[in-house]
Write a protein of this length. Sequence first.
Length: 344
Amino acid sequence: MTSTSAAPAVSVRPGERAVAVAHPNIALVKYWGKRDETLFLPVTGSLSMTLDVFPTTTAVRLIDGPADTVLFNDRPATGAALTKIEKFLDLVRAHAGRTDRAEVVTANAGPTGAGLASSASGFAALAAAAAAAYGLDLDGRALSRLARRGSGSASRSIFGGFVVWHAGEGDGAAGDLSSYAEPIGGGDLDPALVVAVVAAGEKAVSSREAMRRTIETSPFYRPWAESSVTDLAEMRKAVARRDLPAIGEIAERNALGMHATMLTARPGIRYLSPHSLAVLDAVLALRADGVPAYATIDAGPNVKVLCTRADAALVADTIDGLGDFVTTRTAHIGPGVTVTGGTR
Ligand code: DP6
């Protein structure tokens, strides 16, 4: 059984590094749109499953130097990627009442920026490691609120298993306090998620930009957001009764609806490629053959297929058999973030 709780706070001595490991999560009811871009308050609540593949490992150490340094997959981070991390560290410093700069060393085991939730695992690991390095004593809820400020979906990767991220109520401080993630159990459902990778490169339009454009210009956004509230309520019930077909049906309709909102943005955004559609067709064919398999797709062309653990090999073989354009990786329920301290 996978632990769903966030790691207890670890404090490290000055000069020691804090190392956090976090896993990506895949939303079964999507987060798509912010009502507050500064505080990362979502328009709607969302629900995800944390995976046991593609972890991010991040070490943070306070340093004497004049600026933060960031090593990302063995290369110095620059430009927008560096600015995002510096801004996040500023937030942690403001919380901790400290000014020390930090050395950050981070590595993704999976592809980055390909709609495989690398920003979720990335900011969950950074939040946990930075909080420990700066001596912040945060419980899981507070850590999820902090991670949310780096990337909304990161709030959910603080916890393992099935996780809800509450939209929260109101604006400003009230919204900030009430928009947090929490585990909801259901891990004993133990489904598989077959990740069909059709493109591992970075996407042309970031999910942040895509959701902003969608909210501002798509006539389909409001109806989707309203139906997503119903989807979340039904999804919570389906998880509570361990009903995989219902979970899958809700997840698939919610994801396709989200893609409809961005296809109808102006100009439209299309992450789905012919290869994504080929995988979606294979999922339909599996279902027609009586295999309960359901697709979800994020801000990229890769398709994730939810099925039972027993059916995972059949689902993966079927998708692998489509051709060289697709490779699969089968994931299961994964753990919440963990933090360890240590000298370097
Ligand atoms: C399609 O969390 O990456 O994966 O908050 O702007 O960093 P920012 O966006 P991000 O968006 C995730 C969008 C999604 C759906 C989801 O994970 O719920």
